[in-house]
Each structure stands twice: as C-alpha cells, then as structure tokens.
Write a protein that binds this ligand. Structure first.
Ligand SMILES: [Zn+2]
Length: 276
C-alpha cells in the first residue's frame, strides 16, 4: 500500500512536471484557450447541409446541399486604428486576455515598436463596438483592429509609428485594402469614441498611402456646398451631426475639434470629400 501511494505520488509529480513544461509564460493558459476556440470554429466551418426553410403554413420547403469547389476565407477590407487609453502594454494585454471586458484587437503596438499579434487576421476581433461607416454597421466583421499603446494625452512614439507603417504596408498588400479604408475608431463611432485622437499623425499615414489628408493648397468650397451630404459621402454617420463634425475635425483638421465648421474647415471638407 505504501509503495502504491509512493507510485501515485511520483506519477502525479511527473504529470505536473510535464504539464508545467508545456504551459510556460504569463499567457500560456490563455494561448491554450485561443487554440481551443479556433478548433471549435473549424467545426462550424465544416458544417454542411441544406437550408431549413418553412413556408407560411410551417411546412418544410425541400432543399439540398451541393458543396461548391470554389471558395476561400473572406478577407478584411478595412483597418481601424485605436489608442488603448491604458497606462501600459501589459495592462492592455491583460484586458484582451480576460473574458469579462469582451474586447480585443488583432494587433497591439507598444511605444518601443514591439508588435503583438493577438488574433488571426481572418477572425473577427471585438474592437469596433456599436459603429457605422457609410452603410457598414458591423465593422468588426470587415476589419482589422490595431491598438496603439497610448493614453490619449501624449504624442505617439516614433518607434511605434515606424512599426505601424510596416504593419499597414503588409496588411494593405496582403488583403488589397483600399487607401480610403484606413480610418480611426472615432470616425466610425463619433458620439462614443475619440481615438486615435488629435495627436495621431494622419498626414504621415496618408503620405504613405493609408487614408487621405487634405492638400496643401485648398480650392474654396463653392457657396452651394452641402457639408452634411459631404460628411455622409465620406462615410460619417450624420444622425448626430455635431458628433460627426467633431470626428471629422479630429481626423482631418486636428487643431480644434469644436462641433462647428469654420470657413477653413469647410474648404478642408470640400477637398477631402472630393478624394472619396
Ligand atoms: Zn478604440
């Protein structure tokens, strides 16, 4: 009996040792959850069957399943840029690996330029929340979310911007993302979100082919120029017009974000709208 207890003790010690060998590092456990969840998605992808349709009397409408041979995964077509509004990179990583906050992003970039990939680009992260851009009301399904470690009240670090530009270059090429489709969280959720904020260098991004920026010389907006329609054509949800104007100015004006369009703001809007 004594020997058997000793054997069990040794066996459990061996199991614990071998488990602890596999699970190392602060995110070993959540990485395991990630793997389990992606495995469960494969099960969903493999489901195949006829549509179940009912007529007005509740009777089955006959259907069939015939698998096509021509398909691949849907691609992201937008990039949404955020700031974390948190105090450190580890704090953000912790938030995105906890279940309770229900938020995530595909990439997080630290101030030192370190890029952390947190979700396969083809999967749907939870970064956009309630949002609208043009007729798109489910931006999470169409986009890659990039979070920049920044508390919202400080300039973005040069090393961070360098990594962001490299990442954007790769994403644009991989998924053929149009120039206009590199936008910020504030653009798609004007009443709720201010990020990436007035310090974000949209001009630099536009120079590299990610999003637009007004030209240096502006043609004055004509007297009949309809600013609300122009904002809507760019993509802004104008149901809350002051919020839409503030979001536009945070992105394309940046010197102030008051919810009014000055004559100079109107010229900027006219210039930007003609690029879309
Ligand atoms: Zn955001």
């Amino acid at each position: 009996m004594k020997n058997r207890s000793l054997l069990l003790l040794l066996l459990s010690a061996t199991i614990i040792t071998s488990c602890s060998k596999k699970l190392t590092g602060p995110y070993a456990l959540t990485n395991k959850v990630y793997k389990h969840q992606t495995d469960s998605l494969v099960t969903i992808l493999k489901q195949a069957g006829p549509p179940i349709l009912l007529d007005s009397l509740g009777k089955n409408i006959p259907g069939d399943w015939v698998g096509t041979v021509n398909f691949n995964l849907r691609k992201p077509n937008y990039v949404i840029i955020h700031y974390t509004a948190q105090d450190s990179l580890p704090q953000t990583l912790r938030t995105f690996t906890l279940v309770k906050p229900q938020v995530s992003a595909h990439y997080v970039i630290g101030k030192d330029g370190r890029v952390i990939h947190m979700l396969n680009d083809y999967l749907r992260a939870w970064h956009a929340g309630i949002s609208k851009w043009g007729s798109i009301s489910d931006m999470n399904s169409l986009s890659i979310g990039i979070e920049l470690d920044n508390n919202g009240n400080e300039p973005f670090a040069p090393a961070q911007m360098k990594s962001l530009l490299l990442l954007l270059t790769q994403l644009k090429r991989s998924y053929n993302i149009p120039t206009a489709n590199f936008i910020g969280h504030a653009d798609i959720a004007p009443p709720r979100k201010p990020d990436p904020g007035k310090y974000f260098p949209w001009m630099l991004l536009a120079q590299k082919g990610f999003g637009y920026w007004p030209d240096t010389v502006l043609v004055p907006a004509p007297p009949e120029f309809d600013s609300t329609t122009a904002l809507r054509l760019i993509g802004y949800d104008t149901s809350n017009l002051p919020a839409a104007i503030t979001a536009f100015k945070r992105h394309f004006v940046q010197t102030d974000d008051t919810p009014e369009l000055t004559p100079c703001d109107l010229d900027v809007l006219y210039n930007v709208y003609r690029k879309y």
